[in-house]
Structure formats: structure tokens, C-alpha cells
Design a protein around this ligand. Sequence first.
Ligand SMILES: Cc1cc2nc3c(=O)[nH]c(=O)nc-3n(C[C@H](O)[C@H](O)[C@H](O)COP(=O)(O)OP(=O)(O)OC[C@H]3O[C@@H](n4cnc5c(N)ncnc54)[C@H](O)[C@@H]3O)c2cc1C
Ligand code: FES
Length: 387
Amino acid sequence: MTGNAQAYHSSYKSGIAQIGFSFSTLISDNGQPFLEMSVKQFEVSIDASKKTFIVNEGESVLTAALRQGVMLPYSCKNGTCGSCKGKVLSGEVHYPFHPPLALERSEIAQGMALMCQAEPMENLVVKVREIEAVRDIQIRMFPARVIEKKTLTENVVRLRLKLPKAQRLQFLAGQYVEVLLSGGKRRAFSIASCPSLEDEIELHIRHVDGGGFTGHVFDELNERDILRLEGPFGNFFVRNDETNRPMIMMGGGTGFAPLKSMIENLLEHNDRREIYLYWGTRISKELYLDDLPSQWAREYDHIHYRRAISDPDSLSVVNEFTGFVHEVVIDDFPDLAGFDVYMSGPPAMIDVAKHVFFEHGAQERRLFYDSFEFGLDVPVRVLARPH
Ligand SMILES: Cc1cc2nc3c(=O)[nH]c(=O)nc-3n(C[C@H](O)[C@H](O)[C@H](O)COP(=O)(O)OP(=O)(O)OC[C@H]3O[C@@H](n4cnc5c(N)ncnc54)[C@H](O)[C@@H]3O)c2cc1C
Ligand code: FES
């Protein structure tokens, strides 16, 4: 037993909601009380479902909700993607780290809040979307051994990671894992392989200029090295409540990774919903697994594949330029009202596409995305610029 308070876990006693305080007793591993202190707590209730959960002082609404099995939508968890946006109907929140980047001033004035950053200052009633399907999946930490590191193109490597025996990772196709680094840092990567793959997962990692972890992956990580992971996370997965709706899947760069997992999973389950897959990169060389979707499109009538190359100056093939990937989607389908839209990739792409797709009839409740934001520890001024 160490004297370090972090070696102790806390258990909470007494009623909470009415008074907003409880006594928290830190209990040592041998069961003895270690330290008693008062922790402020707030009750958050969800307007539509009337579900309630408790948020500790210093905790975000999202973290507390997930801890208590209430699944709210989220993606970046650092305040930049807007996935966790909801409305505070009563009560007040504050943002201790930085202003809510993904909120317009007008939205703040209307009471909108980013649940991943907002901390309650009193009990709250909130209006948020709830996710049902991921609730039962257990999130856990596990080591994983690199069994293959393969360069797919100049700036993308594929890692195949072996999980410990008898520790299969249960996840929904489209979810992501976080790589745990020293100093509490974490880096998110979507799982590119199908959930049915027994004890292995695949990640597609793009090299970020000046990026600490991705630089390490490219320059130093070797086969047989061990990474520590936690997951699965996220609510980017195929919805099965309206299976008559065709799907548009749009990936930018390594945003192809979760879409690959989704499509392989749908194929495996013999789900023949119409899929229109669009994969956008700057130059065609960056379509690092182009043969795979081409092969799907050849083999299956319900899968359609179009590439979108955005840099007109770097063409190796005449007439290859097609523009930004969301423009290609709109060219094909100016009215998106009847589609389920799934998109993943760079935040700048997601941001623009969201606006454009809504203008073209996409329904907010049928548009799902994972925005590939940087980690929480990256400075605000870097998060705020397009990348
Ligand atoms: C849900 C989700 C899923 C994702 N899935 C994938 C995926 O499948 N594949 C993929 O390739 N990516 C994915 N990403 C993105 C991926 O997590 C990031 O690219 C990754 O976090 C970069 O980590 P890094 O340590 O290499 O970069 P960092 O070291 O975090 O650097 C990021 C950027 O910030 C700059 N920076 C960092 N610190 C400073 C500082 N102190 N001062 C100035 N500048 C600084 C760096 O130069 C760099 O430009 C995903 C992200 C999310 C949120
Ligand atoms: S802004 Fe909250 S999850 Fe991205």
C-alpha cells in the first residue's frame, strides 16, 4: 500500500440531489477510511426520458453521464466537434478549460451547451439526444501487441494489434479506441477491422506534422511492441432502426477506417442496404486501400464507390480532379432527405459537410459523424485552427 492518494478509490455516501453536497470517503485497499471530504454534487435530469444522474464538482456532464451508463452522443471530447451539443433548460454550467469552441455566440445565448466540457454550477435539466445501442458494451483497458506495421502510403500506416488471449474486444463497427500515453495523454483511433475478427484489431494511422504519438508510430514503433489501449468508445455506428433508408458514407483520408469496419460488418451480416461510399483525399496516392472499395463495388450491386481528389495541381491522371468529397456527394444527390449519412475524417471536412448537407435536406437525426480531432492536451490555439 502506498501513501499516494491515487492508490485509493472513493465511495460516496449520503443523499445528494436536494442539497448539492455529499461526503466522500476515500477508502484504502484494506477497506479502512483514509480521508473524508465534502464533494459538491449536482443532479442532471434529461428532459425527454426523465433519467437522472449525478455530476461531481469538477466533472463534465458527459463524463458523469457515461460513468453512470447514460449514453450521450460525443466524438472528440475536447469541445471542438459539436457532437455533444445539447440545451440547458434550467440551471447553469461553466467551462473551466476553454470557451466552448464548437458553439456560436447565438447558440450560447439560446442556452446550448457542449456536454463534454460543461460543468454544472447547480442542478440541471437538459435536452439531449440519448444513444441506446452502445450502453451494454463494456469499456476496458487492455494491452495490445503490434503484430504488423505496414506502410500503406507515404503518410498512412496500418497497425494490426493482437489482443491478450481470452480478452476479445467487443465493439460496434465504427467505434474507436484510445491509446494511453505517459502523463495521462490519450490519442483516439478508429477501429478499421470488423468486430467479428477474434482477437485482433486494425488501425489506420495518418502521420500528423509535429504530432507526438503519430511521429512515434512512424519513426520508432516496431512489430512486437506493446501499446496500452482503452475502449471501445464513440457512438459512430450503423443505425438499424430504419433499414429501408439508403446510406451515404463519406470518409476523408483515414476517415475510411471506421467506414471499412462498418461495411465489412454489414456484408458479413448479409445486410444489403444501398451504400454510396465516397472517399476523399488530396491526391489519389493517398487513397491508401483504393482496391478494396473498388472490389466491393465490382462484387456487390448495392455498393457504389466514388473517389474525390481535391488537389487539381497534383494529378497524375487527366480528369482525375473531382473537388472536395462533400461536393461530389451533393453533385450526385442534391436532395439528401431520404439518406442516412455517415461521415468521418478531418474536422474541417466534417464542419463544412454538416452545413452543406443540412442545406441539402439531410436530417439532423439521420446524420452521424466522427470528427478526427486532436487530443485534449493539445493547446486551444491549435485546436481552434482548421486542420
Ligand atoms: C474519435 C476519433 C477517431 C480518430 N480516428 C483516427 C483514425 O482512425 N486515424 C487517424 O489517423 N486519426 C484518427 N483520429 C485523429 C488522431 O487522434 C489524431 O491525429 C492524433 O491525436 C494525433 O496525435 P499526435 O500525438 O500525433 O499529435 P499531437 O502531438 O497531439 O499534435 C497534434 C497537432 O498539434 C500540434 N501541437 C501539439 N502540441 C503543441 C504545442 N504545445 N504547441 C503547438 N502545437 C502543438 C502538433 O504540431 C500537431 O499539429 C481520430 C480522432 C478522434 C477524435
Ligand atoms: S464538442 Fe463535445 S464531443 Fe466534440
